[in-house]
Ligand binder design. Sequence first.
Ligand code: PEP
Ligand code: MN
Length: 294
Amino acid sequence: MIPPEKTPADPRSALEDLERRLRTAEGARLPEVPLKPSAFPRGSFVLIAGPCAVDAHLEETLAAVANLGLTWVRAGAWKPRTFPWSFQGLGLDGLRRLRDVADRHGLKVVSEIVSERDVEAAAPLVDVVQVGARNCQNFSLLRLLAETGQPVLLKRGAACTVEEWLGAAAYLDGHVPVTLCERGIRGFDPCFRNLLDLPGAVLAQRLGGFQTIVDPSHGTGIAGLVAPMVYAARACGLDGAIVEVHACPEASPSDADQALRLPELRSLLFGLAALEPAPIPPESPRRPRELRVP
Ligand code: PEP
Ligand code: MN
């Protein structure tokens, strides 16, 4: 066994180094208070589930999510797609439909607003506004959202460093409650859609004091890896997960391969319930010094 003093990379000094750089970076602020206002209630591991997009199976999927006892649902009305000919989402009509179905099932809604153009009409229809990975550093969108008063789920850009992600959060912080979401960064292995960066999520949580969750659906691109990554996030002391689920994944117009089936979501909930609580209590301060061992 390697004695601690011979460990090649000392994570404590890496944290201290990043904190020092963040403290001195122009315009960057580190919180004086350990924990920031969050988009989702603090104190337990929040699980948000729903289809990638508002689609024909919305009612069935949301009814199942509600029946499993979950409170928060996700679904996109505007889908940021790689190609313009791919399904783009149902837009504002889709969002209205999502609100209606969610209300009927007593569910709260997380949904992405892609464009500044839609903020005024769309923000009042959601409980938490998602800023997608592609817009993580869209500073004019972030500034506009800061004025709405609506809580924001800020996804990490696929090529954003932790520092850049926290910098983006600073545009919202102090204006609206913010929750960070690690959704995978660009890796080199085509097996995975993205590379879920768990240490990056923990680092962001501790340096920023933000509630921080993971999205293992986009973070892996593989439905079978979603549950293990949710369990890992829980064990890491992260605050929750957002996962894609669909009543009939084959019929999903986007991200079919990464959608859980309804029985798989049920198993995930049983698995989570069986896990020990995370070693770090959610209410404890999440500053780098916590990692110091005497
Ligand atoms: C999504 O959550 O629907 C989505 C498009 O995610 P991301 O921005 O992380 O790609
Ligand atoms: Mn998706």
